[in-house]
Design a binder for this molecule. Structure first.
Ligand code: FAD
Length: 303
């Protein structure tokens, strides 16, 4: 219910204009590494020093013009070059609506192809984020298409709240691929997604176990320590090697837990968003946790 209200109010143009005007002062800087790529790279270097890798996300989604999508593609090419030049341990995460998918699937496919080809050249990796359920089928189609040419350089996200995901996972796992498994951050109807959190949690564990069992490289992306505990018990009891999975968390959320996993020798990665277009991303972070709204309100009163 809280999630519905926050994501619903956030779509109101007046609210988005008001919040957008005050930039990162309204608490968004807790979740966003900076406005520029240089600032984000500095954050990544610090994470690397603490034995955590990163995945950089240039914030932005739902572009409405193809020239904006082309500019977004170019920013990803620049990001991959910068990662290679600075030798930071990071790959990139991309949203296909930022690449123009809501306007033209062909344009989005071409932009994605260019980014994954560059990742191949510089021996990096592109994670395709998963957006709301209008785009699930298209996203998986574009992923499979580019995966056929660059199997080592691209992976996709699967969302545990969707009923369809176990079938998607089974269909995609032969041959094995590279998945990030998340609970899901968008507002979805009960006809498509489990409305109750315990059901999402059960499906989350089932998906991670099935993904590992089928030989996929599996990024376990959650801040839920219960989920992490269950995955650790599963990998230990099924002799899953440490190089078949990693743990991921969002910049600004529970990083001490991730750092602890890194110190215990597990591969870890922080999702590091940067850029000026932080509004939609920030709202999803507030919607995930009611306490973040208080944090946001406090930042308003401090102004
Ligand atoms: P929850 O049960 O929601 O949270 C467990 C605990 O973690 C909470 O009790 C709280 O203590 C803490 N916590 C969780 N969220 C927050 C927060 N925002 N602020 C403060 N504390 C918090 N979703 C997508 O739909 N598509 C994607 O491509 C995608 N990529 C992601 C990449 C990464 C690396 C991560 C970690 C998440 C991603 N998500 C994505 C978001 C995901 O779907 C969930 O909305 C989010 O991770 C919250 O769920 P949880 O698994 O942490 O569990």
């Amino acid at each position: 219910m809280f999630k519905q209200i926050i994501l619903g109010v956030g779509n109101n143009p007046l609210v988005s204009k008001t919040i957008g005007q005050y930039g990162m002062q309204l608490g968004a800087s807790r979740f966003v590494a900076g406005a520029t790529l240089d600032e984000a790279i500095r954050v990544v270097k610090d994470l690397n020093r603490r034995h955590m890798a990163a995945t950089l996300d240039h914030l932005g989604e739902s572009v409405t013009r193809l020239d904006e999508a082309a500019a977004a593609r170019d920013s990803y090419l620049q990001m991959l070059d910068m990662i290679a030049e600075t030798h930071v341990q990071s790959h990139v995460s991309v949203k296909l609506t930022m690449m123009g998918m809501a306007i033209s699937e062909e344009a989005a496919a071409n932009n994605l192809e260019a980014i994954v080809a560059r990742a191949h050249e510089v021996q990096s990796f592109v994670r395709i984020d998963m957006e709301d359920s209008h785009f699930t089928t298209q996203t998986l189609r574009l992923f499979q298409d580019v995966w056929a040419r660059y199997p080592d350089n691209v992976g996709v996200v699967l969302q545990a709240y969707l009923y369809r995901t176990m079938e998607d996972l089974k269909a995609l796992s032969d041959p094995p691929k590279n998945f990030r498994i998340v609970k899901g951050a968008y507002q979805e109807p009960p006809s498509l997604a489990y409305p109750s959190k315990p059901d999402v949690d059960d499906n989350y564990v089932a998906l991670v176990e099935a993904s590992l069992h089928n030989g996929n490289y599996t990024a376990v992306a959650t801040h839920d320590e219960q989920m992490i505990g269950k995955v650790l018990r599963y990998v230990a009891s099924h002799n899953i090697p440490n190089d078949q999975f990693e743990f991921q968390m969002l910049y600004g959320v529970k990083l001490s837990v991730l750092e602890d996993l890194a110190q215990r020798g597990y591969t870890t990665r922080v999702y590091v968003p940067w850029g000026r277009d932080w509004y939609a991303y920030y709202l999803r972070r507030i919607a995930e946790r009611p306490a973040n709204l208080l944090f946001f309100a406090r930042s308003l009163t401090k102004r």
